[in-house]
Design a protein around this ligand. Structure first.
Ligand code: NAP
Length: 330
């Protein structure tokens, strides 16, 4: 089968090649998935660049989030059979076939296409859990998103709008902000301009209710200063590469909350909530309340180029690999 292989972490140009490798064989409790679509995430590029806290031994096949069809099941697998449509955590997803633990897969509901299903495992799940369960976002509230044009940010725009929030999208260029507007953002803020705190207060009519911080760096503190009494500031990522330090008197003065979301920890500590959130998220996809902005679609043979795009800053929305030709709704 064809797979993207990482032979050398640190270099996304020469370190990644698409090549033939043997099909994996499912062991006990494992499912062999015929991959139809896989989501290319920022974390995949971090791992392939050797910049993640967990290092994988080379060579390895990148990718963790996929949707496809069960091709074979290992001993002891009871929940899935050959031909079932599935999606979820599929390590080595950037390949024609990949193994997943039975417990890491979900059945793909009728009406949910593979290209959308592969986004529910990390990008959309992060935005949904962080807004619904961590920030407890309510209809009518002002939601400020730092890094709004990126994958999680643009997912958060669409979910925020579906939940009835007033969305303030923050990004670094006018073109990225136009993209956010097309997704439904109510207010646009070029956050690299001076006085972010006052700009946010002005567009929020006084103060922000919720800040979703995907970027960190120099933007976090002014955004925290724009949060009003009882507001919630949710730390999700540090795309800018630096972790800000903030004066804690800001929280005392505002009666506000700084909290964090991490996908694996959330699932470990709140398994039932995590499951219910995914059910609702998938329902939102199926009935069209949320329309994911997939801006990059690459065949498997161009997977390295997709990785380079996602690793850089010059991109919008979500990027996927279309590995196998899907059927009408597969
Ligand atoms: N906690 C979790 O469980 C979890 C889950 C998923 C992702 N994350 C993290 O959340 C962050 C966002 O993820 P994502 O998938 O949305 O990433 P993404 O698509 O790359 O978007 C990140 C955004 O950050 C902004 N940015 C600011 N400085 C940047 C820089 N120096 N380089 C690149 N981008 C920069 C960019 O927008 P502008 O150009 O407009 O500034 C970009 O749109 C990442 O740090 C990711 O690791 C965390």
């Amino acid at each position: 089968m064809l797979a993207l292989r990482c032979h050398d972490t640190g270099d996304l140009t020469t370190g990644l090649t698409v090549e033939e490798i043997p099909d994996p064989v499912p062991g006990p409790g494992q499912v062999l998935v015929e991959v139809q679509a896989a989501s290319v995430e920022f974390v995949d590029t971090l791992i392939a660049r050797g910049g993640y806290q967990v290092a994988l031994p080379v060579p390895f096949t990148p990718g963790f989030n996929a949707a496809g069809v069960v091709r074979e099941v290992g001993p002891g697998v009871t929940r899935f059979g050959v031909g079932d449509r599935v999606h979820g955590m599929v390590p080595g997803a950037f390949a024609e076939r990949a193994l997943a633990g039975e417990g890491q897969l979900r059945p793909t509901p009728a009406g949910l296409s593979a290209d959308l299903a592969c986004l529910t495992g990390a990008t959309y799940r992060t935005a949904y859990d962080a807004l619904v369960s961590t920030a407890r976002l309510r209809p009518g509230e002002d939601l400020v998103i730092l890094g709004a044009s990126g994958a999680v940010g643009s997912a958060a725009i669409t979910i925020g709008k579906a939940l009835g929030a007033r969305v303030v999208a923050c990004a670094s260029t006018a073109a990225k902000l136009e993209f956010c507007r097309a997704l439904g953002a109510d207010e646009l803020v070029e956050y690299t301009r001076p006085d972010l705190k006052q700009t946010l207060k002005d567009v929020c009519g006084g103060s922000a209710d919720v800040v979703l911080d995907l970027v960190g760096g120099d933007f976090s503190e002014p955004a925290l200063r724009a949060v009003g009494y009882g507001g919630r500031f949710v730390v999700v990522g540090f795309a800018a590469g630096s972790i800000p330090r903030v004066p804690l008197n800001l929280v005392l003065l505002k009666g506000s909350t700084i909290t964090g979301y991490e996908i694996g920890d959330f699932e470990r500590h709140h398994p039932e909530q995590a499951r219910a959130n995914r059910d609702e998220l998938e329902a939102m996809f199926v009935d069209g309340r949320v329309k994911p902005p997939i801006t990059g679609r690459y065949p498997l043979r161009d997977a390295a180029a997709a990785m380079r795009l996602v690793a850089g800053r010059d991109k919008y929305g979500m990027t996927i690999l279309e590995v196998a030709a899907p059927g009408p709704l597969a």
